[in-house]
Each structure stands twice: as structure tokens, then as C-alpha cells.
Design a protein around this ligand. Sequence first.
Ligand code: DX5
Ligand code: ZN
Length: 210
Amino acid sequence: MIIAPSILSADFGNLEKSIEPVKDAKWLHVDVMDGHFVPNITIGPVVVKGLRGITEQVLDTHLMITDPLKYAKAYVDAGSDRITFHFEAVSDAIKTAEEIKKLGVKVGVSIKPKTDVKVLLKVLEYVDQVLVMSVEPGFGGQDFMPEAVEKIKELVTLRKVIDNNYLIEVDGGINKETAALCKEAGVDVLVAGSYIFKDKNPAARMNDLR
Ligand code: DX5
Ligand code: ZN
């Protein structure tokens, strides 16, 4: 299982020091918000470029933005390795996935808590990962919505019939207890922000999740 610390809850006054305790995590999760698709504004390509300069970790970039195709290249150029867009933000998810893949990165599609897994049926064979939101996107530190567990199970079942081995990722409200529920359901990637970074000992929190 991959644990992807979400830097949204890290200290932006000193990102390098803040991510040091999680340097053995294979991935870092980067939450991009545009103040339009979600009511918050966060990380632009310049920050990704800065991160790229201080770590070789996989930068798993979660675009919570209205026009992912307009900005995906800027994030790839800045150093993002994986780009996830929101199904709700686009009119043609297959085309969006294909265009992002052409940029030379892995692509993911994400659904908000109220969006049904079934809407993804046609796009599943085009993506490298599916990100299940277990909180309303926009902010760290919210409570896990248990409906996400069923969605993970559905995606595990669908993966058996769809000829594509996408990763299943869950994002929002992950702590020791909710991580266990998701693992049992078959998740591959756990994103955790506040649980890791709002503790005095982020490395210990990483180990707890492991
Ligand atoms: C929320 C973001 C999450 C967030 C998770 O919109 O997509 O990645 O950082 O934070 P926690 O783990 O605190 O719920
Ligand atoms: Zn995220």
C-alpha cells in the first residue's frame, strides 16, 4: 500500500523542513485548488517547481480545478508525475484523460462524495488511478465519509472485469481507524494530510498508518 502525505497540511513557511519527516514516503500528494471548482485557493505550478527541487518523491497532483486541461501542462512542466482531474469538472473525461497522458505523466480521475462510481464506467480503462474523495474537496481536516468504503469496493469489483489495472486511492479524513476500513475494502493509495502533519511527530504518524 502506498501512503501519500498531503502537503496541504504541511508548513508552507518551511516546506523543505516540513516534508523531511516523510521523506521515505514514495509519493507526496499535492492539492491544487482554484477558488472556483472548490472554495479555496492553494498550490500553483511555482510551488510544484520548488518541491521538485527539494525531493525526488512522486508528486501526485490532485487538480481540484474547473479547467484541468488548461493547466495540466504547467504542472507537468513544473515536475508533477501524476495528474488527477475531477470527473465533475470536465465534459469529456476520456478526452481529458488522453490529453493528460500525452503530456507524459500518469493520469487519474476523481469523484466527489456525491458522485456515483457508475459515472466512471467508460473512463476506467483510460486511467492509471481513481481517486475517491472521502470528504467534500476544498479543505484538510474534515471527517471521513464512510460511503467512500463502498465506492472502493465497487472499484475493486469493476477492476476484475475491466481490462485495466488502475490504482484505487482514497483522500480525506484518513487516520488509523479509517485507513484500516479502506485497506480492508481494497484501497491501494491512502492520502493523509492533517493526521500526519498536524502531529508533533509526522514520521510516527506515517508508521502508524503503515
Ligand atoms: C481535500 C484534499 C485532501 C486533503 C486531505 O480537498 O483533497 O487531499 O489534504 O486532508 P485530510 O487528510 O486532513 O483530510
Ligand atoms: Zn487531495
